[in-house]
Design a protein around this ligand. Structure first.
Ligand code: AMP
Ligand code: ZN
Length: 432
């Protein structure tokens, strides 16, 4: 049931002692980097005064802008000879940040993925198809190494090429997959078109769903179609990549591996630490990273710590599914809206298909939101009255939640642009 029982179920007092010791080592290492040497000096920070994880508030926050400013080597805490791998973020805005790993870093990261996957029930007898882009992004090689460590048979399928993915699943009895949730929904339409029923014609039993925000409804919709259990997987390249936080069999929040990271939730405006249970921005500190330790990194991801113990027996705290990124927030007529609110509502409405796109325009002084919604094929051939009723229902349901009235266009299944990576949910034409 546990990959490393002692660490996964360690009592909190010991876990915190371990964090304090590792934080000390991390600070000593970080001081060797150009960036932290400069920052600590400017703050006149005596790192010896930081003794427990609770003292971490005295340390400076680190942002993506800091990583960009020090691009490419200013965060390195070791010599370049010690590095064995480089990865980068998949962000679409600005220059992608790069992260360097030593052999020790890759071993620690691999172990976190093995721990996470094992927790969901994956074993060496499984066949694991990794449907994530291989290359600079972390979702390919990260999961690949973790699955090999468990001893599963790994099919490095990579992203895209839906028909071949389905063929591989059938030919080699794939039982576990790693897939982006929006792509899982798209792939379901290809299954249907080709007359293959994943429940009947494949051996799929577990899926790791990650890399982008998705609602509980979307997870259930995917699970129902495929007949597997879908586990939420969270990570970011700055903190290694996947394997930072992962759902256990309870499927109720993701255990964030506190032997590897110190976790804080802060108010993104005041930057003050929030009490446990309140939603804010996730801030993380690496505890085992050798090549490129990062202290108090502002992830921009919004979540909260779920208070109380998990019935699975693991003592590492759980975070709620990510509701969005601080920079995903749309402000329309003074109302703050996250794309996931729209997704959540749409997934509840029968007849809605597998993809949608939000378009923001400025008309005079007015902001206008249009939501293009793919609908299910059987609806599309249907009569106009039925379509109009569906459209009306979508407008009403969205209005009740986001408090502004969007324009809704119903479109044919599979007609909106698809992405092999993270889904693009918003096109903002308001910027000059
Ligand atoms: P990357 O640039 O590839 O490191 O992407 C990391 C970002 O992807 C995170 O900061 C999150 O915004 C997003 N992300 C990754 N996994 C999840 C998940 N399970 N749920 C929501 N967002 C996620
Ligand atoms: Zn649990």
């Amino acid at each position: 049931m546990y990959w490393e029982k002692e660490i996964e179920t360690m009592d909190r007092a010991n876990l915190e002692k371990m964090q304090a010791a590792r934080l000390g080592e991390t600070l000593a290492r970080a001081t060797r980097s150009v960036h932290y040497r400069k920052v600590f000096k400017a703050m006149k920070l005596d790192t010896d005064r930081i003794r427990t994880a609770a003292d971490i508030g005295m340390l400076p926050l680190t942002t993506k802008e800091d990583l960009r400013e020090q691009w490419p080597y200013g965060f390195l805490a070791c010599s370049r000879d010690e590095l064995i791998r480089m990865h980068s973020s998949s962000g679409t805005t600005g220059r992608a940040t790069v992260i360097f790993h030593t052999g020790g870093d890759i071993a620690a990261w691999t172990n976190l993925l093995a721990r996470s996957m094992y927790m969901t029930g994956m074993r060496r007898s499984d066949v694991f198809q990794n449907m994530m882009t291989y290359g600079l992004f972390t979702g390919g090689l990260g999961f690949h190494y973790g699955a090999e460590k468990i001893g599963a048979l790994v099919i490095p399928a990579g992203a895209g090429n839906s028909k071949r993915q389905i063929q591989l699943m059938r030919d080699f009895d794939t039982s576990v997959i790693h897939i982006i949730p929006s792509y899982a929904l798209h792939l379901s339409t290809v299954f249907t078109e080709t007359g293959v029923d994943p429940r009947r014609d494949t051996r799929l039993k577990i899926a790791f769903l990650g890399a982008e925000p998705h609602s509980e409804k979307m997870r259930r919709k995917i699970e129902e179609f495929y007949g597997f259990k879908g586990f939420n997987s969270y990570g970011l390249s700055e903190m290694n990549g996947p394997g930072v936080a992962f759902e256990c069999p309870e499927q109720n929040g993701m255990h964030i591996w506190e032997d590897n990271y110190i976790v804080e939730i802060i108010d993104p405006v005041t930057l003050k630490r929030l009490p446990e249970g309140e939603e804010g921005e996730l801030v993380m500190t690496t505890l085992l990273r050798e090549g490129m330790p990062i202290i108090r990194y502002r992830t921009k991801d919004l979540t909260r710590i779920i208070p109380g113990p998990c019935p699975c027996g693991r003592t590492h705290r759980r975070i709620e599914r990510i509701t969005g990124r601080t920079d995903d927030m749309m402000i329309l007529k003074g109302v703050n809206i996250f794309p996931i609110q729209i997704e959540k509502k749409l997934m509840e409405i029968p007849g809605v298909g597998t993809n949608f796109l939000i378009i923001l325009d400025r008309e005079g002084y007015n902001d206008q939101m249009t939501v293009k919604v793919e609908i299910e094929r059987e609806f599309f051939g249907g009569d106009l009255q039925q379509l109009e009723a569906l459209r009306h229902r979508i407008v009403e349901e969205l209005r009740s939640d986001i408090l502004i009235t969007p324009r809704v266009d119903l479109v044919e299944p599979d007609s909106l642009p698809k992405s092999e990576g993270k889904a693009v949910r918003v096109v903002d034409n308001r910027k000059d």
